[in-house]
Design a protein around this ligand. Structure first.
Ligand code: ADP
Ligand code: ZN
Ligand code: MG
Length: 496
């Protein structure tokens, strides 16, 4: 019997992401302690509230709430007019109070979406909710005189933490990574967090399962698989991608052998390049949520949302579209230049100063400038280079005062020092003059010395040396002697 193409059964990955992001407020979520704990000595940023001492009363950080609502608005969420905090009860040594103040049924923001583009295809990813909670302390596992012990650092305890949960709309590791990167970009544009995966201020937890689809019916099936595997403690985009890919293969093997993967929490082991089981369903928590009695519920007015939404800057998608339209940039260049607001601003200022062709400015930034910065592991904000100086450098190249190659050398120095291009040319004693400029000088010299030309034609070799000398005097020795000789000879033969 011939098998119908439509009978072909495939496995489609079903992925939902839970992302935690620490907000960059000055003080913690429910007390006045500083959130700037990254390099601080353990337990120096603590007080009775974030140590969970009996009787200490929490006070909600207004700015953290606003940040959560801004993120919600930027992700096209509905922001709730009525909201509250809830207690999520569980025991763990890094949780001082024995409960975490979080949000249960009335999160500040819900029902949003974000568009992602992978391989030229744009897809809408549903955002289930964005709620506000507090971060936990940190356990430090160590050894003292041969004894293993665990220490607790409560500096992180109570730092405002937002959790953003997606619908299970993601179907590949690439889509997951793209979503996470976009999200990081959005919160950075909003300036509500540095969202640094390495520092732990952004953490990704992918939930992964597989479902059967008939070929041609992909993404038409909507029922969710009856299990999901949650991947925890992933601290880089790369690891998230690898962990998801590994999970898809692992689960597929189990499903193809006719079994069902276990519902569990797994972690990524980078050394082994595999996911490892951490906790199974049987140990699942019952958090016994209830409204936080020490904090009153919130009521917001629509006009408050209206006024804060005016604080939302142009977001990456809009900016990218405007760059392709207004500056006629290629999609890729526009994407690179809008990666961060600072770089985008630098480009716009440089393009404004140069005026002629924004594409040339874009090429220099996406090429030479970023290459140099990357070499030193820096961003544009770390460099004293001014947009106007880049434009000035491009003028010097256009005028033929320096070659493009020398321009690159000069730029490398400008990126380090912030000096202007003319000063840098002098400082570096950059020798080298563009071909156009040299040709111009040679033509000029020849036209000014008819006598020498005549003598040369009569066979006087010394006249050639004289002309070469004249050219070199004008170029201040910046042109290579062989090149000057070549140019002079060519012009002399053309003058015949
Ligand atoms: P939990 O109660 O275990 O936290 P949720 O329903 O809150 O589960 O979902 C958590 C995350 O898991 C969400 O991002 C959601 O989209 C995703 N998710 C739910 N079901 C599945 C599934 N079958 N496969 C993959 N991800 C799923
Ligand atoms: Zn405190
Ligand atoms: Mg959940």
């Amino acid at each position: 019997m011939v098998r119908e193409e439509t009978e072909f059964v495939n496995w489609e990955a079903v992925i939902g992401l839970e992302v935690h992001i620490e907000l960059s407020t000055k003080s913690k979520m429910f007390c006045g302690c500083s959130t700037d704990y990254f390099t601080a000595k353990p337990n120096t940023h603590t007080c009775p509230v974030c140590l969970g001492l009996p009787g200490a009363m929490p006070k909600a950080n207004k700015l953290a709430i606003k940040y959560t609502q801004l993120i919600g608005l930027a992700l096209n969420c509905k922001t709730r007019t009525g909201s509250k905090f809830d207690r999520k009860n569980y025991f763990y040594p890094d949780l001082a109070k024995g409960f975490q103040i979080s949000q249960y049924d009335l999160p500040f923001s819900e029902n949003g979406h974000m568009f992602i583009t992978t391989n030229g295809r744009t897809k809408k990813i549903g955002i289930t909710r964005a709620h506000l909670e507090e971060d936990t302390g940190k356990l430090i596992h160590t050894k003292l005189n041969g004894t293993r012990l665990t220490l607790v650092d409560f500096n992180r305890s109570g730092v405002p933490l937002i959790e953003i949960v997606t619908e299970p709309d993601i179907s590949s590791s690439l889509e997951a990574k793209t979503y996470a990167r976009n999200l990081q970009q959005v919160v950075r544009y909003l300036k509500v967090s540095d969202a640094d995966m390495e520092k732990g201020s952004m953490r990704i937890e992918p939930n992964v399962s597989l479902r059967k689809v008939t070929k041609g019916q992909e993404s038409m099936v909507k029922e969710l698989p009856p299990y999901k595997v949650e991947l925890k403690n992933i601290n880089s985009f790369k690891f998230a991608e690898k962990a998801i890919e590994y999970e898809i293969k692992r689960q597929r093997k189990i499903l193809e052998s006719g079994k069902m993967p276990k519902q569990e929490t797994r972690g990524w082991n980078e050394t082994k390049q595999e996911t490892v089981s951490q906790r199974s369903k049987e140990e699942a928590h019952d958090y016994r949520y209830f409204p936080e009695p020490d904090l009153p519920p919130f009521a917001f007015e629509e006009k408050y949302f209206k006024s804060i939404s005016e604080e939302i800057p142009e977001l990456p998608d809009e900016k990218r579209k405007r760059f392709t339209k207004d500056y006629s940039l290629a999609e890729n260049d526009a994407r690179t230049l809008t990666e961060g607001v600072e770089l985008a601003k630098f480009f716009e200022e440089a393009a404004g100063a140069y005026k002629k062709d924004p594409k040339i400015v874009a090429n220099w930034i996406t090429g030479e400038v970023l290459r140099r910065l990357n070499e030193e592991n820096k961003t544009i904000s770390d460099s004293p280079l001014l947009p106007a100086s880049l434009a000035e450098l491009l003028f010097l190249i256009d005028k033929g005062e320096i070659t493009k190659a020398n321009g690159k050398e000069i730029l490398a120095n400008m990126i380090k020092t912030g000096d202007d291009p003319r000063a840098t040319v002098i400082k570096l004693k950059v020798t080298g003059i563009s071909d156009i400029k040299l040709e111009e000088i040679v033509i000029q010299t020849i036209s000014r010395n008819p006598k020498a030309i005549e003598d040369y034609k009569k066979g006087k070799e010394a006249s050639l040396m004289f002309l070469i000398g004249q050219v070199q005097r004008i170029t201040k020795g910046q042109a290579k002697p062989e090149k000057v000789r070549e140019f002079v000879l060519r012009k002399l033969s053309e003058a015949d």
